[in-house]
Design a binder for this molecule. Structure first.
Ligand code: HEM
Length: 344
């Protein structure tokens, strides 16, 4: 839901000044939500939980210099044990929800201080009709209460009738094959199959996150406020970015799986270069060429180029996640979902 909301905010241009601070609160909340989900994932303490967290936290060890220290701080030791369970449980029920409650209060306060939701501005002759303003109590609070109660009722009913799956008790000696991270990190785990871990788990996620934080400061035009995809042309560009990304990302995954063999082709090079920065440079070059094409040939504005690249990246992440979740089987090999051998 938070990601959908982020997409809504970006595609209507609501991240731009004066709302840049609220965008940043939002990104921090998104990270906290991932943290809540990740710490919660361990709590069933079954095989799925144990191995997903073992795989997920192993990514931390690729942070240069301090990776191992951060890892063992998080895990309460070198590997996932009862101490990790206690750590994650405390984070899950105190620090993370408390931070979220505080940030949500700030977030809602900012929505009002920034002038309410982003809506299209009146342009010239045809003024946009605005709904009449009403008071928060009872209009908004009553609706929110109804929705909250309805959702709680649905969730309770669902959990009464559908049993939560529980695998065998966590066993550090029996690793499942494949061992997958929680689904929302499968995009990164998929990247690990294509790049040196430092590039896959650190460089790409860090650059992507920095880009998301910086977005309102790069993309701050006052044009097209509150209009989905900016304009008709923007909509076509977003559709094009989606098409390009669907084809290019999946083609690249298959090509890398079948044909590219950087570590052997450049056997004398350190793998961080042969299997890290060289394929990364190729990907960056492909994106730069696309951007150049939008800029020079289609005469795209800055906001259109950002719209294109952002859409491309979001779709690429979705494609990688879907491949990781549904198309990877034992040994992390590629399979069609309908031919998938059972995990063992
Ligand atoms: C716990 C997670 C979050 C909650 C509960 C939340 C809630 C809300 C609500 C209720 C609004 C006003 C209604 C609406 O725009 O739909 C809002 C607006 C906004 N949110 Fe969030 N949000 C969350 C996460 C995020 C994230 C991840 C981002 C982006 C990184 C973000 C950025 C914004 C911005 C910029 C606005 C102003 C929108 C506008 O002016 O149209 N929020 N948020």
């Amino acid at each position: 839901m938070a990601v959908l909301h982020l997409l809504r905010v970006f595609f209507t241009g609501a991240h731009r000044p004066p709302r840049e601070v609220n965008w940043i609160f939002g990104v921090v909340m998104l990270l906290l939500i991932l943290g809540a989900n990740f710490t919660g994932y361990l709590l069933p303490w079954d095989q799925l939980a144990f191995w997903a967290i073992t795989v997920g936290t192993s990514l931390v060890s690729y942070i240069p210099f301090v990776g191992d220290q951060i890892g063992s701080l998080l895990l309460g030791g070198p590997e996932v044990t009862g101490a990790t369970l206690l750590n994650f449980y405390s984070l899950h029920i105190s620090f993370i929800p408390l931070s979220l409650v505080i940030l949500m209060s700030l977030h809602f306060w900012r929505v009002r201080k920034d002038g309410g939701l982003t809506v299209p501005r009146d342009i010239g002759e045809a003024p946009i009709e605005r709904p009449t303003r009403v008071t928060t109590i009872p209009h908004l609070v009553r609706r929110e209460a109804v929705w909250a109660l309805a959702w709680i009722a649905i969730i309770i009913t669902f959990s009464v009738f559908v049993a939560a799956p529980l695998e065998g008790i966590a066993d550090p000696n029996v690793s499942p094959n494949p061992a997958k991270a929680p689904w929302y990190f499968m995009g990164i785990q998929e990247l690990l199959l294509h790049f040196h871990p430092f590039v896959a788990a650190i460089v790409i996620p860090t650059v992507a996150l920095a880009g998301i934080f910086a977005l309102p400061f790069i993309d701050h035009s006052k044009e097209h406020e509150g209009i989905y995809f900016r304009s008709k042309r923007g909509r076509s560009l977003a559709v094009m970015a989606t098409g390009f990304s669907l084809i290019m990302t999946s083609a690249w995954v298959v090509a890398d799986d079948r044909f590219f063999d950087w570590t052997n082709w450049l056997a004398n090079w350190p793998t961080i270069i042969s299997n890290g920065f060289i394929p990364l440079a190729l990907v960056v070059m492909a994106l730069a060429l696309l951007d150049l094409w939008i800029d020079r040939v289609l005469k795209g504005t800055l906001e259109e180029r950002i719209l294109f690249l952002f859409t491309f990246a979001v779709v690429a992440l979705i494609v990688l996640t879907v491949i990781g979740v549904f198309f990877r089987g034992p040994g992390m090999e590629l399979f069609w979902p309908w031919d998938m051998p059972a995990a063992h």
